[in-house]
Design a protein around this ligand. Sequence first.
Ligand code: NDP
Length: 259
Amino acid sequence: MATNNGNQANAKIAVVTGGSRGIGRDAVLRLASRGVDSIFTYNANRAEADKVCALAAEAGARAIALQLDVGNAGTFGDFAARLKEALAQLGAQRFDYLVNNAGTSSAATLAAGTEAELDAQFAVHFKGPFLLTQTLLPLINDGGRIVNISSGLARFAFPGRAIYGPMKAAVEALTRYMALELGPRRIAVNVVAPGAIATDFSGGMVRDNPQVNQAIAEHTALGRAGLPGDVGPVIAGLLSDEFGWVNAQRIEVAGGMHI
Ligand code: NDP
C-alpha cells in the first residue's frame, strides 16, 4: 500500500478504480485539486500508482493506492477489508464517491471473438463494477455519488469492438438500475462515455498511431482526439455538489465523435 502525507482532515473521499494511469489518474488529480482525497486502485503497475500519490500530495490532497484486479471478484471481500484500513488512515469509516473506471480493451469481432475473451471482458467491464459496487455499498455515505465509465462505442459501432462495445452498453443500463435502487439513500449514479482518448489503452493506439489519431480527429466535430484532461474534470464535476441533481444520465465526453 502506497500513501502520502497530505493534511486535509475531513475532506470528501473518492474510491477510483484504475486510478494509476490514463483517465482514472486524471480524475484522481482533478479531485485532489478540488480538495477531495482518493483511495485509488492499480492492477499491476505500482510505480505509476506511487507517482499519482505524489502528484495528489502536491495538489494538497491525500491519496492511497491499493492493488485490485477488478476482473477477479473473489478478491473483493479482501479488498473491502484493505479499503477499511485505508479509510482509517484517512480518519474515516466510509467514503463519498465511487468511480468504476478500470478497464481493458478488446479487439474481438463477432466472427473471431472467443468465449475466453467474452468472459474476460464481462469480468472486467460488467461483473466487476456490479459486484464491487455491491460489496462497497455499506461503505458509501448516504448522499454520496457514483460515476461509471462507459465508451462512445456503446452508442456507435466500430470494427473490432463487438465484445467491448456491448459490455459498455451493459454498464450504461446498470447505471440506471443503480440509480433506481440507491435513490432512497440519496446516492446519484451517472455514466460518462468517453470518445477515443489518447492513453495507454489499446496499446496506446489513439495516442501513438498517427493514422488512427488523424482518423479520429476527422470524425470528431471539435477536430482532434481526446485527452485524459478532457474527461477527468467531467468526472470530478459530476461528483461535486454543483451536479447534485444530475442522476441516471449518460454523458458522452467525445468532442462530438461520430455525430
Ligand atoms: P489505461 O489503459 O490508460 O489505464 C487503465 C487503468 O486501469 C490503469 O490504472 C490500470 O492499472 C487499470 N486496470 C487495468 N486493468 C485492470 C484490472 N483488471 N483491474 C484493475 N485495474 C485495472 O486506460 P484508460 O484510462 O484509457 O481507460 C479507463 C476507462 O475508460 C476504461 O474503462 C476504458 O474502457 C474507458 N474508455 C477508454 C477510452 C480510451 O480511448 N482510452 C475510450 C472510452 C472509454 P495498471 O496501471 O496497474 O495496469
